[in-house]
Write a protein that binds this ligand. Structure first.
Ligand SMILES: [Zn+2]
Ligand SMILES: [Zn+2]
Length: 182
């Protein structure tokens, strides 16, 4: 079997409740990128062979995902070191052995694009950011200099994942972690 290329050109993973199961959605930057990744690779994945592995190392984890494909010549596997998050921890506790795989697109929003109650990365609302100067956060203890939020759209097409495992590896700090799937 020839080696399957690794793909890491995605921003992160969205973990969301949507439908019956939790959704795992690698985030790509545009509809166009979504179209090529879905149509060339993921749509040919054979659902029962899809595996995801989470190899934890400190406050980060390797996200590793792959499957057997009906079209092996355009297959690839996903692997990237990511920061743990609240959504990640919720997925870890709540997935129940199954998830939907979708893709998501993301867009960065600045202060002028959002409503007053939109949350900034710093955890404070848009209304708490200065609209005059450089939209820094007005909370004294906050050092956020610029409002920034992240809007995620999950796309409709989905696959079902039933092979999910979390591994704790103290030494999982390099790309060899990617091979742990197979
Ligand atoms: Zn703030
Ligand atoms: Zn802020």
């Amino acid at each position: 079997m020839s080696a399957i290329p690794w793909f890491d050109d995605f921003e992160g993973i969205a973990y969301r409740y949507y439908d019956l199961r939790m959704n795992v959605a690698p985030l790509v930057s545009s509809r166009k990128e979504y179209a090529s990744i879905w149509h060339d690779t993921i749509r040919y994945w054979i659902d029962p062979t899809i595996k995801i592995r989470f190899v934890e190392t400190g406050d980060k984890y390797w996200f590793i995902m792959g499957a057997d494909s009906q079209k092996p010549e355009s297959n690839m596997s996903f692997c990237k070191l990511l920061q743990k998050s609240e959504h990640y921890e919720r997925f870890k506790k709540g997935h129940g052995g199954e998830a939907y795989l979708r893709l998501g697109t993301y867009a960065h929003k600045s202060l002028k694009d959002v409503k007053k109650d939109a949350l900034c990365k710093c955890g404070h609302e848009a209304v708490d950011h200065d609209e005059n100067d450089n939209d820094e956060c007005l909370y004294n203890e906050c050092d956020c200099k610029e409002f920034s939020s992240f809007q995620v759209n999950l796309l409709k097409r989905k696959k079902t994942i039933t092979d999910i495992a979390f591994l704790d590896e103290k030494d999982a700090t390099d790309r060899s972690s990617c091979k742990r799937l197979f």
